[in-house]
Design a protein around this ligand. Structure first.
Ligand SMILES: O=P(O)(O)OC[C@H]1O[C@](O)(COP(=O)(O)O)[C@@H](O)[C@@H]1O
Ligand SMILES: [Mg+2]
Ligand SMILES: [Mg+2]
Length: 343
């Protein structure tokens, strides 16, 4: 019997499909010989739920799951049917593996205790971000943060397990249901992006070691309420216009953030005189993206302080958000500081 050693083919008739998300997670876990594999499983659970939500999203126009659900959530916002569906899908996925003890969701008024005695992780999630864009077929997303609980495993969940500053996240990520579907995540050791291959049903590593440009020429803000902005912010926007930067605003935080992460830019959802804490939620929107921003070399601030240093006071707490390329966030912080000093 003749035996031939395997040599990987370089033929362009059959390109290698690359590294799957599952394999990548496993490779990263192997860097930590004492890792239990629970965080890896949790990330896989989230990826699986996102594939289901992706399927629902793709056929939303056909399956009568578009439009309003007929309810408002704790923030007084009208829930869309897909908000509710995505919330069920993700929460269900998080109960399955037994790694998660509690979930904070945009769509639930209270913390959900999953009754998993051995669960050591807490997840905060925006199951569907940008949901007002569903019915008009524009990119939407999912945002998640993962924390390790601080009280002993098996004991009742306490406020300190939930109200942790973003700097305590052990992992965070987002899924973008866009022209292609992507999952981007960090475990505190850089940021990697995976693109979904629908015919194979797998995410493949497509954006290894993502790095945010230090500076950029895109500013993303809903300027419709600029008469309610503080003077310093209007001054900064004026500067962007004088420099002929591009204004880009999708109205889905995940999509706006993702574009700026790749191309360089700043996303701003500011405080206004009517909404002094802005609109976006600290626990399940700002923290995850701020962790990713910092891990990719960018910056995230509420206009004066680092988002990840904010100690949450309530579950659905809002925060102003200035996030993206480091130099742009630093510049707007300085302009705001200078103007605030004179008020
Ligand atoms: O319409 P506005 O006020 O510009 O707000 C847009 C922002 O609101 C959000 O849609 C809020 O997210 P949800 O859809 O999860 O409530 C962000 O995605 C987006 O950046
Ligand atoms: Mg959102
Ligand atoms: Mg949402």
């Amino acid at each position: 019997m003749k035996i031939k050693q395997y040599v990987p083919s370089t033929s362009n008739l059959a390109y290698s499909v690359g590294v799957t998300l599952d394999r990548f997670i496993k490779m990263k876990q192997d860097d930590f010989p004492f890792a239990s594999g629970e965080l890896s499983q949790l990330l896989r659970d989230i990826a699986l739920a996102s594939k289901i939500v992706n399927r629902e999203t793709n056929r939303a126009g056909l399956s009568n799951i578009g439009g309003a659900f007929g309810n408002t959530n704790i923030q007084g916002e009208e829930q869309q049917k897909l908000d509710v569906i995505a919330n069920i899908r993700f929460t269900r996925a998080l109960t399955k593996g037994g790694e998660v003890c509690a979930v904070v969701s945009e769509e639930d008024d209270e913390v959900i205790d999953l009754q998993n005695k051995s669960g050591k992780y807490v997840v905060a999630i925006d199951p569907l971000d940008g949901s007002s864009n569903i019915d008009v077929n524009i990119s939407i997303g999912t945002i998640f943060s993962i924390y390790r609980r601080v009280t002993p495993i098996g004991s009742p969940i306490q406020a300190e397990d939930i109200m942790q500053p973003g700097s305590q996240q052990v992992a965070a990520g987002y899924v973008l249901y866009g022209s292609s579907t992507m999952m981007v995540y960090t475990t505190g050791n850089g940021v990697n992006g995976f693109t979904y291959e629908p015919s194979l049903g797998e995410f493949f590593l497509s954006h290894p070691n993502m790095s945010a440009p230090d500076n950029g020429k895109i500013y993303s803000i809903n300027e419709g309420t600029s008469n309610l902005f503080e003077p310093g912010l209007n001054k900064y926007i004026e500067t962007c216009k004088q420099r002929e930067y591009s204004a880009r605003y999708i109205g889905s935080l995940v999509a706006d953030f993702h574009r700026n992460l790749l191309k360089g830019g700043i996303y701003i959802y500011p405080a206004t005189s009517k909404a002094p804490n802005g609109k976006l939620r600290l626990l399940y929107e700002a923290n995850a993206l701020s962790f990713i921003a910092e891990q990719s070399g960018g910056k995230a601030s509420d206009g004066a302080q680092r988002i990840l240093d904010i100690l949450p006071q309530s579950l659905h707490q809002r925060t102003p958000l200035y996030i993206g390329s480091k130099k742009m966030v630093e510049e707007v912080e300085e302009v705001l500081r200078n103007y605030r000093e004179f008020v």
